[in-house]
Write a protein that binds this ligand. Structure first.
Ligand SMILES: *[C@@H]1O[C@H](CO)[C@@H](O)[C@H](O)[C@H]1NC(C)=O
Ligand SMILES: *[C@@H]1O[C@H](CO)[C@@H](O)[C@H](O)[C@H]1NC(C)=O
Ligand SMILES: *[C@@H]1O[C@H](CO)[C@@H](O)[C@H](O)[C@H]1NC(C)=O
Ligand SMILES: *[C@@H]1O[C@H](CO)[C@@H](O)[C@H](O)[C@H]1NC(C)=O
Length: 361
């Protein structure tokens, strides 16, 4: 009897301790059919509010239309803004106990373990969660997970650069034919671009950056801006390595992956807020995100069992010259991030020009 009581007390203590630390977190694992979740979402009102990191207002229009076409009657109320600003606004909603966003999808990967510890996220495993690579998810409580691998490739306009057959390395960009032809995002304005420069310079040193500056690149804000400029026939710049355009970035634009340094890939990460006003609608959206139908449409899937057919390597984990798990570690090391940010600010000056979210280029 006393042994039983002791055990019960210990269990009770463990429970309280775990709750404080956010470890009491066994997830709800979804077992309903998608139609059942859909019906629950419609009953809730049919709207899900999502904040998605990015740098163009219309960047997630295709995600919105794919979801709304799949689930008539549902509205994906999606806002795109810089992750580095959205995360602070989420913190304010949490501190003021005024959460009005249901689902967040951000590049600031360091926020998710912290929010999990704070008990801010819903511990919920959508269908397909078990298929996501464990490196991209909170395996224990299912509070967050990647939904698509984003990456910065080298991209160039073949019509503007008719003599370039391939760009196989970051060192290639130092060749005379790229003088005045490069357009790049300020590394001191976006941490994923900062990580790109960091990885290149770990391999090629500061000499590479000094030589890059001699090429007189055009520095811009936003990571979609370089691809817009590269693609546009009326701009003189024709190559970049700080934009994401998937594997088919559009007319006259070819991409390559460098062989002389690592390039950046990361799982863009999603979570449902625990106090989400529309939890069933958020669950529907997250089941959609991880579904095999949707995962087949993203350039690089986070699921082990989905073949990313557009990728020459089929699978993110088999892709050479990149490690998709390193970005989260970099983002958690805020001391290094700040030191690097000021290194580049000192060399380039602070980011000039309006954010493309305010005024398109
Ligand atoms: C859509 O989301 C915004 C926040 O991004 C929110 O202010 C607005 O109320 C939402 N609209 C609806 C209809 O829920
Ligand atoms: C661009 O890519 C296409 C499709 O992969 C390929 O057929 C073409 O040869 C490439 N062009 C150049 C100039 O590399
Ligand atoms: C371009 O160079 C990269 C890096 O060496 C290589 O992986 C790729 O196969 C090359 N592409 C073509 C079309 O030769
Ligand atoms: C290039 O063309 C686009 C689309 O027509 C336009 O929005 C942009 O202002 C033009 N840029 C320049 C530098 O002329």
């Amino acid at each position: 009897m006393s042994r039983f009581l002791t055990a019960a007390l210990l269990l009770g203590q463990t429970f309280a301790y775990d709750t404080v630390l956010g470890f009491n977190s066994r997830p709800l694992v979804e077992t309903r059919t998608i139609e059942e979740i859909y019906n629950a979402a419609l009953k809730e009102g049919g709207t899900v509010t999502v904040w998605h990191g990015g740098d163009e207002k219309d960047q997630q229009d295709s995600l919105k239309s794919a979801f709304e076409e799949r689930f008539p009657g549902m509205t994906l109320n999606i806002t795109v803004d810089l992750s580095k600003y959205l995360d602070g606004e989420i913190d304010q909603q949490l501190y003021n106990n005024n959460v009005f966003v249901d689902s967040i999808i951000l590049q600031t990967l360091q926020d998710f373990p912290r929010w999990q510890q704070e008990g801010a996220l819903l511990n919920y495993a959508p269908v397909g969660f078990d298929k996501v690579y464990s490196a991209f998810k909170d395996s224990i409580s299912a509070s967050w997970y990647g939904y698509s691998i984003f990456f910065w490739s080298i991209s160039w306009n073949t019509a503007k650069l008719p003599n370039i057959k391939n760009i196989s390395s970051y060192s290639d960009l130092l060749k005379p034919e790229f003088k005045n032809k490069l357009v790049l995002t300020y590394p001191n304005d976006d941490d994923a671009v900062l990580f790109a420069f960091y990885q290149i310079m770990q391999q090629l040193g500061t000499k590479w950056f000094d030589d890059l500056l001699k090429q007189n690149p055009r520095w811009v804000r936003g990571t979609a801006t370089p691809l817009t400029i590269v693609s546009g026939a009326n701009y003189s710049q024709s190559a970049t390595f700080t934009s994401f355009g998937g594997f088919n970035p559009g007319k006259n634009v070819n991409i390559s992956f460098p062989n002389d340094a690592e390039f950046v890939t990361w799982p863009q990460t999603a979570a449902i807020l625990k106090n989400a006003p529309h939890p069933e609608s958020a669950k529907l959206f997250h089941n959609f995100l991880l579904s095999s139908d949707h995962q087949k449409t993203v350039p690089l899937s986070v699921r082990k069992d989905i073949d990313s057919s557009e990728s020459p390597y089929r699978n993110i984990m088999n892709t050479p010259h990149t490690n998709p798990t390193t970005f989260a570690k970099f983002m958690s090391d805020r001391v290094t991030v700040e030191r690097l940010r000021f290194y580049f600010e000192n060399r380039l000056g602070s980011a000039q020009g309006l954010s493309p979210l305010i005024d398109d280029i």
